[in-house]
Structures are given as C-alpha cells and as structure tokens.
Design a protein around this ligand. Structure first.
Ligand code: TRP
Length: 449
C-alpha cells in the first residue's frame, strides 16, 4: 500500500478532471452527427434522459466505490465483499479494467496522434514547410508511430506529476481552453452562409426517429463510452475525491458537463458541415447519411478550412488543438488506471509506474500501427464493445449486491447527515442492483449477436 495517496485539492479541480476524462474525441466526432441523423432535438432530449437515467447511476457506482475504498479498481472491488471467492472475482475484474483501459488508450493514442499531426501541419504549411506539413496529415506507418509516441509521452508527462500537480493542474488549465475554443469556433462558424441550415437540422425534433429500439441502445452505448465507464477511470478519480464532497451532486455536474459539451460541439460541427456543403464540399455518404467520425474530422472539415484562406488556417489550428486537448485530458485518465494499480498494489514509485505502464501501452500502440488493418478495428471492438459493458455490469453488481446497505449509507452520510431522506438513497440502490445490469446486459448481448 502506498504511504500517501493523492487527493484532488478542490471540487472544481475534480469536476474538471473527471469531465476532462469524459469529454474526448467521442463527444466531438460522434455525437453531433449521430444526433443530426437521428431525430435532432428529439435525440438530444432522449440522450439527456438516458444519460441521467442509466449512465449516471453507473457513474455513481464507480465514483462511490472509489471514494469509499480510496483504492484502485482491483483493490476496491476486492474490498467490498466478505466472501473470499467473491473478493478474488473483484480483484480480477479490476485487473480486467486496467487491461481494458490500456487497450482503449493504445488505439486512442493513435487517433490522438493524428490530431497533433493536423494541429501542427497548418502552422508549418503557413511558414513554408510544405513537405513536413503534408507528411503530418498523410496516413503512413512512420507518421503514425512518431505522432503516437509523442502523444503518449505527453500523457506520461502529465500523469507522472501525480493527482494534484499532474492531473488536476493540467485539467484546470486545459478544460477552460477547450470550452472557450469550442464557443469561439461555434460563434464564428454560425455567422457563415449555410450555418443556419446545419443548426436547424441539428435541433429540429423528429420524434419518429428516436422510438426505434436500436437507436436507443446505440445511444446508451455511446453514453457509456462518453462517460468513461466500466474500466475504473471514474473509480480511480473518485478514490482521489475528498470525504467532504457530496458525491451524488459532483457526479451529476460531471455528467452534465459531458453532455453539455457534446451538445455544444453540435453547434460547431453541424453548422460547419452545412457551410462546407454550401461551398461544394461533399458532406453526405453514398447512402445519403451525414459523413461522420474520421471522415468528418480528417477530410470534410479540412476541405472546409481550405476554402477559407488565412482565417481557415487559424480555424483549423484552433480546431485540432481543441481535439488534441480533448484527447489528452481523456488519455491521462486512462493511463492513471494501470499506474495507480502498480503504485498501490506493487509499491512502485509513481515515476516507475508511469514509465512502465506508459511504455508498455505505447509499445502496444506501435504494434497496432504496424498491423493497422488487422488490429486497429479489432482492439476497438474488444475493448469498447465487449470489455467495457462486461466490466460495467460487474461494477454495478458489486455496488448493488455486495456492498452492504449500512456501509453504503454510512458512505453517503459522510457529508450529508440526511442522506437517508434523499431521493438518491431511495432510488439509486435499486437501480444499480437491477436496472443497470439488465440494460447493460441487453446492450452487450445485442452487440455480440
Ligand atoms: N470518454 C472519453 C471520450 O469520450 C474516452 C475515455 C476516457 C474512455 N477514459 C475512458 C472511454 C475509459 C472508455 C473508458 O472520448
């Protein structure tokens, strides 16, 4: 056991760090187009309801277990049950969490490297380094290896600073920049021709689209990825939260910020796409749907920026810096999962733990980059479609079934003597016991079939 554990210095520091984990590439490259293609305002509304009715309780399970045990996922889940066999299952689940978090980071680091490449290519191009600029935005194994290495080094340089001086400090610096950049970019784009069409398509509610069961299940899956659930990132952040904080409300603020920033990203992405459309850039795929994900980020938006001269250069640079920041505040939360385990379970110093975990994950990213066609999609599927929901179910089951009611109430009463009078206490235990495992189970089974 480590002699001294880190602890977030302030509530705001925690909220920004946890929201930084939650707000990532997923929010910006997935959510807006998904919303626009699936009922606009009606989808936003449904997503908000789902996020609070189902993802929030799962988030609370992680935060509360973390805060209660002040341990990493493996030791935390090992500490909840009395029975030795169940303790072992808990510890193994925690190890599954750290492996899954590392797998997610190994592909996330590659995509994040592309963001760094695009962010630096525009300024380089402007000062005449055309060839390097071109290299940075053209798919190649050497480029992928280099940029992923740089991104992983950045991630490690934050995590090595620890909770207060690394994660909290950088989240406090970067998150306001991210939000301000997003607001400024959207306000600018909204003044351009075509933007209002995009905005109305984003917001126009079409309730007939959202009633489809598949869509609801997909939306829930994205809410899960978006809130960084299942693998112990939120658990470890919760474990660094002071006993004076009221977890149900800080958790709600984190969830609100995550959804809020996803919605805000829609005010940038959809108008930008229709501005691009007005300038002759293709924004629809062959099936007539909006282009999304990597095509959206790496071809539609760059094509739009290139129609804009100097201002396009600034916009593009700001946009890709925004994406790089979103990726970095998420990647540090993923790396913290194995690092905390190595420190607390194996007594390593933070320096060593960061170096070992970071380099191993970077090496695995390298392996993916070298076998891109074969491994990239596979690692995403294994870690996010199967790993995350499976682990999420176990976390909910542990919180709902193996955490003694009195101990749970005592945890909630740490900073709220009337906790037993609250709605949270009346509803949440039943939710994590029954509803969360069943719904996540349905998502999982559906994605396997
Ligand atoms: N939530 C982040 C995003 O939207 C990614 C992320 C960070 C994540 N930590 C995670 C996803 C843990 C799954 C598990 O991009």
């Amino acid at each position: 056991m480590a002699a001294q554990r880190g602890e977030f210095r302030s509530r705001l520091g925690f909220i920004l760090a946890a929201a930084g984990s939650a707000v990532g590439l997923g929010n910006i490259w997935g959510f807006p187009t998904q919303a626009a293609s699936n009922g606009g305002g009606a989808f936003l509304f449904t997503y908000l309801v789902l996020a609070f009715a189902l993802a929030y309780p799962a988030l609370m399970a992680e935060l509360l277990i973390g805060r209660h045990t002040h341990r990493n996922m493996s030791q935390a889940l090992g500490a909840l049950p009395q029975h030795a066999g169940l303790k072992r299952i808990g510890m193994l689940t925690g190890i599954g969490g750290l492996v899954t978090a590392s797998l997610i980071l190994s592909f996330y680091g590659i995509v994040a490297g592309w963001m760094l490449g695009f962010a630096s290519s525009y300024p380089l191009e402007a000062i005449g380094f055309t060839q390097s600029a071109e290299w940075l935005i053209t798919f190649s194994t050497p480029r992928n290896l280099t940029l992923t290495g740089i991104f992983m080094a950045l991630t490690m340089s934050v995590v090595v600073g620890g909770v207060e001086d690394g994660i909290e400090r950088w989240s406090r610096r970067l998150m306001p920049i991210l939000i301000a950049t997003l607001v400024v970019l959207s306000l600018y784009v909204l003044t351009l021709d075509g933007a209002m069409t995009g905005l109305s398509i984003y917001l126009r509610p079409d309730f007939s689209k959202i009633l489809s069961g598949d869509l609801l299940i997909d939306a829930l899956g994205s809410a899960f990825f978006s809130l960084s659930l299942g693998v112990g990132t939120m658990l470890i952040y919760g474990s660094y939260l002071s006993d004076n904080e009221h977890v149900p409300s800080v958790g709600a603020q984190v969830a609100l910020l995550d959804v809020g920033i996803a919605v805000l990203a829609g005010f940038l992405i959809l108008p930008a796409m229709y501005v691009a459309d007005a300038r002759g850039v293709a924004i629809f795929n062959a099936a007539g749907g909006l282009l999304s994900e990597d095509t959206l980020i790496f071809s539609v938006l760059p094509a739009l920026f290139s129609t804009m001269d100097t201002i396009g250069l600034w916009l593009a640079t700001a946009f890709f810096i925004l994406m790089s920041i979103a990726a970095l505040t998420s990647s540090i939360s993923m790396l913290e999962v194995p690092v905390a385990y190595l420190i607390e379970r194996h007594g390593l110093s933070r320096h060593r733990a960061t170096l070992i975990a970071g380099c191993s994950i970077a090496a695995f990213s390298g392996l993916i980059a070298l076998n891109f066609e074969r491994l990239f999609g596979l690692v995403i599927t294994i870690s996010t479609r199967y790993g995350q929901p499976l682990l999420g179910i176990v976390v909910c089951l542990f919180a709902g079934w193996l955490w003694h009611r009195d101990a749970l109430l005592a945890e909630l009463k740490k900073n709220d003597t009337a906790a037993d009078q609250r709605w949270f206490w009346k509803i949440w235990p039943l939710y994590v016991k029954w509803i969360c495992p069943i719904i996540i189970g349905v998502i999982l089974v559906r994605s396997i079939l």
